[in-house]
Design a protein around this ligand. Structure first.
Ligand SMILES: [Zn+2]
Ligand SMILES: [Zn+2]
Length: 880
């Protein structure tokens, strides 16, 4: 019986568990300690520190099935995904690892035994590659595993030697390949293991990390060599299920069936349709897992990679004739397939599908318009025999229609077009320049060298601030001045100081750092901020007020307690706010950002609709009810896995360590959190929401204040209300009614003024008509009037024109420092006189400009004193 993908995954883990390996859950797609890496792309990523000997996990053998994503960076192969049988944006990597435990012999023997005895692959189809100088591996394969010598191929450094970096751990690799037979791949008679074609599939890579490489390139054997192996689950499944393409395995077919059904198109009938179906199958898996690990669509970093993948899939849906959102449903198919292995997917299902639907809808709004423009432009370019899409167009599609550049490339590739990437980059750079003022980074700064060095030298600080705000006898471990390590620092200098233990909270998890003092014999240091630039230690930033501080001395640390209390109230308030939001809006509420300082709290969360005033009021009421219950705030330490089992709220993309702290407030709130909190919820006092807004698609922000600040806020608001009431000489609670009345009165008065103005104008027009006289056979009426606004002047002109029946009118008017001219010509004279031209000639006389239609024109100017001169000049013009 053929095994399913799920059974194969399980058989691998079981096999290695039987060999004394600890089964480790896949880590997040967001790498924990590595801001340089976009996505987790191999099983060993979460074990990096164990390999380097920096972390002891309590076991020396591990096996895992790791979620991996490969879709970022400059040389991503997104364009190959769907086209080939093997490229994926998301895949699962099986691996077994030894941290200074077993080595080459066991690694090879177990890999072989698993493939032959468990996976039942035929020996005669397997090939082995080894590093050219690795005789040890050759002996093991040939003598112990009895693999014939002509099946073991020696390869060069490029393919069979692994290095973590320029220097550091490295070692030879051995790969196991599967020959799919001479009917696959290039089909040349001379095709062999060296050929680049698809026939000989690399299925398993065994890395023997046995050397340390120094700057000169010299290899020194490691005292405790490591094993790191990786085998793609999709590939292995294809081989075991005798499928030529990963997409034909049961890891993909349910998604393909869904796409067939939705589009009403059968897979395997048309090459172009098949590509689109495979793109959707692959991308559905990627977007489901990326969002599940806390990434949301955005225009930078990981969020942008997600957006690109999602939009590429949406566009391929369109190619198949699917004209409605559907990826949210294919994601549900993925969730149903995978939730047995990744139970968190089931919990996050409604969030994931809503997030996808939201992004699909947004993109559909602009997709058609963008495609139309693109079609028009490519048609024009074809006519002009051009084959390069200008950078400005690519940018416009990106900026206005939300087409990632690689999506545009994807669309036009078929017609033989390429993009002017340099031109596009130049436009992007200009936009970045424009946005620089408001630019916000991804929040991931590179860790400064000085911290990394100190960490590697064993500098570690312990946080003792949950118990108190005061600590004596702490030892100064390191001093940094201007980013460089220093032995001492003197009065007046700024510095960063690390101690072995500290009650100061280093900024993290959205909570601001503490401030206070560091004192000792003969010195005093003012701490202005506290950071945690690296997991291992806490840095106190500030300046020396008195004396000199030397590395190694003892000191006392005193946190500004009032400030700490205010921060704690805001942090506990944030937990309560989140619980209240869930109670009112639903369980899909997930934190997407948070900021807590001494003045206020800010909480960003996912929600796909506006929040009504009524809902907001309920949130506030529930939160304050929780506060008044005055339950104790309890904290407990758990192993991460156990903590997640309790159902505590965890932040999606937070990078948790092996043990975590749960902060519990009665039955209402339970969160994974390392922050400092109040002792009883009553310590929060009052929680008052001060602002609610949308900050991105599907993400909303609430700002609130607690304790003393909340009181101040309410007092200020009341003060304003009292001031307004004072104006009305009324009770504050009557202010609304009074204001409403006054606004009503004002509107009535305005109406009355309009009527009166009209009446006045009608009367004046009667008087003015007497001034009309004939010049050169045309009735002319030129006069200065006192009408201050343009609209009334025009209405007045209309009335005069009706009375005049045939003729030309020029009105001048002074409004404060400004002058206006209005000219009107009756229809019968339109062939001979042009109001616009007349005004153009007169406007300079009043120091202004103007123009208009043949029958009506106006001008404004800055010299009202010259109005009579302009009118006289007009009469002269008419006499000509
Ligand atoms: Zn070949
Ligand atoms: Zn918290």
């Amino acid at each position: 019986m053929t095994k399913t993908g799920n059974e194969i995954r399980e058989s691998f883990l079981k096999y290695f568990e039987g060999k004394g390996h600890t089964l480790v859950t896949s880590s997040s797609l967001i790498p924990k300690d590595d801001p340089t890496l976009l996505f987790t792309n191999a099983g060993m990523v979460q074990f990096k520190n164990s390999f380097l000997g920096l972390e002891n996990r309590g076991y020396t053998r591990a096996a895992s099935c790791q979620k991996c994503a490969r879709a970022g960076g400059k040389h991503n192969d997104l364009e190959n995904v769907g086209v080939t049988a093997r490229h994926h944006t998301f895949f699962e990597m099986l691996g077994n690892f030894s941290f200074g435990d077993y080595f080459k012999e066991e690694a090879i023997a177990w890999a072989w035994e698993y493939l032959i005895d468990v996976a039942k692959l035929p020996k005669e189809k397997l090939w082995i590659t080894i590093f050219q100088d690795d005789n040890e591996a050759f002996e093991i394969w040939n003598k112990k595993m009895k693999v014939p010598h002509d099946r073991i191929v020696r390869m060069g450094e490029k393919s069979n030697f692994w290095m973590m970096g320029e220097t550091g751990p490295c070692g030879p690799c051995s790969e196991i390949l599967y020959d799919q037979g001479k009917d696959t791949g290039c089909r040349r008679p001379q095709c062999d293991v060296h050929c680049d074609c698809d026939r000989h599939l690399e299925i398993w890579n065994l890395v023997f990390t046995q050397f340390d490489r120094d700057e000169s390139g010299k290899l020194t054997p490691l005292p405790k060599p490591n094993i790191d192996t990786g085998m793609g689950l999709e590939r292995l499944t294809a081989v075991i299920q005798s499928k030529k393409s990963n997409y034909d395995t049961d890891l993909f077919t349910p998604i393909i069936r869904f796409v067939e059904k939705t589009a009403g198109i059968a897979y395997g009938k048309n090459a172009d349709n098949d590509i689109s179906i495979r793109v959707i199958a692959d991308h559905s898996r990627a977007i489901t897992f990326l969002i599940g690990d806390g990434i949301t669509p955005s225009n930078e970093g990981r969020g942008y990679v997600l957006r690109r993948i999602l939009r590429r899939a949406a566009r391929h849906g369109k190619l198949l004739g699917i004209n409605k959102p559907f990826l949210n449903q294919s994601a549900q198919v993925v969730i149903d397939m995978m939730k047995g292995v990744y139970p968190d997917l089931a919990e996050k299902a409604s969030f994931i599908t809503k997030m996808i639907l939201n992004e699909e809808q947004r993109f559909m709004e602009t997709l058609d318009a963008g495609l139309r423009i693109l079609n028009e432009e490519t048609a024009a370019l074809k006519k002009a025999k051009q084959s390069i899409l200008p950078g400005a167009l690519v940018f416009k599609l990106y900026d206005t229609y939300g087409f990632p550049a690689d999506l545009t490339a994807d669309i036009v590739r078929h017609d033989g077009f390429t993009l002017d990437s340099d031109g596009f980059e130049a436009e992007m750079e200009q936009q970045r320049e424009r946005a620089r003022g408001a630019w916000k980074g991804s929040g991931e700064e590179a860790i400064a060298d000085c911290y990394l060095k100190a960490s590697s030298m064993g500098v570690i600080s312990e946080f003792c601030g949950y118990e108190g705000t005061n600590k004596s006898d702490a030892k100064v471990l390191a001093i940094f001045v201007d980013g460089n390590p220093a032995d001492s620092v003197r009065e007046g200098q700024k510095a960063e100081i690390v101690l072995d233990t500290t009650p100061f909270y280093g900024e993290s998890g959205g909570q601001t750092g503490d401030t206070g003092y560091l004192e000792g014999t003969g010195f005093n240091f003012k701490i202005e901020d506290t950071k945690r630039p690296i997991d291992k230690f806490i840095v106190h930033k500030g300046s020396v007020l008195k004396g000199e501080i030397k590395a190694g001395v003892k000191a006392q640390l005193i946190v500004d307690e009032e400030r700490r209390k205010a921060i704690a109230a805001n942090h506990s308030g944030t937990h309560i706010l989140q619980a209240a939001l869930k109670a009112v809006l639903g369980d899909h509420i997930k934190q997407s950002g948070s900021l807590v300082n001494a003045l206020r709290l800010r909480f960003d969360f996912t929600h796909f609709a506006k929040i009504s005033d009524e809902e907001l009021k309920r949130v506030e009421t529930i939160a304050n009810d929780m506060i008044r219950k005055n339950v104790p705030v309890k904290t407990e330490i758990y192993a991460l896995e156990d903590a997640l089992k309790t159902g505590a709220t965890a932040v999606f993309d937070e990078k948790y360590g092996a043990t975590v702290r749960i902060v519990k407030m009665g039955e209402m709130s339970m969160e994974l959190c390392g922050g400092t909190h109040v002792k009883q919820t009553g310590d929060i006092g009052l929680l008052k929401v001060v602002h609610e807004s949308a900050i991105a698609a599907g993400v909303r922000r609430i700002e609130a204040v607690t304790g003393r600040e909340a009181l101040t806020h309410v007092q200020k608001a009341e003060e304003e209300l009292k001031k307004a009431a004072g104006l009305f000489k009324a009770n504050p609670l009557e202010v609304f009614d009074r204001t409403e009345n006054i606004l009503k009165q004002t509107r009535e008065l305005e109406k009355e003024i309009e009527t009166l103005k009209g009446k006045l104008a009608a009367r004046d027009s009667g008087d003015l008509m007497n001034q009309a006289h004939v010049i050169g056979g045309v009735k002319v009426l030129a006069a200065q009037v006192s009408i201050a606004d343009v609209k009334t002047l025009r209405d007045f002109g209309d009335k005069l024109r009706d009375k005049l029946e045939s003729g030309i009118i020029l009105l001048g008017s002074k409004a404060g420092e400004k002058a206006m001219l209005l000219c009107m010509v009756t229809k019968d004279l339109a062939a001979k006189y042009h109001a616009g031209n007349i005004i153009k000639e007169l406007a300079p006389l009043i120091g202004g400009s103007g123009g208009g239609r043949p029958d009506m024109a106006q001008a404004g100017g800055t010299q009202p004193e010259n109005l009579s001169e302009a009118i006289a000049y007009f009469e002269k013009l008419m006499a000509k």
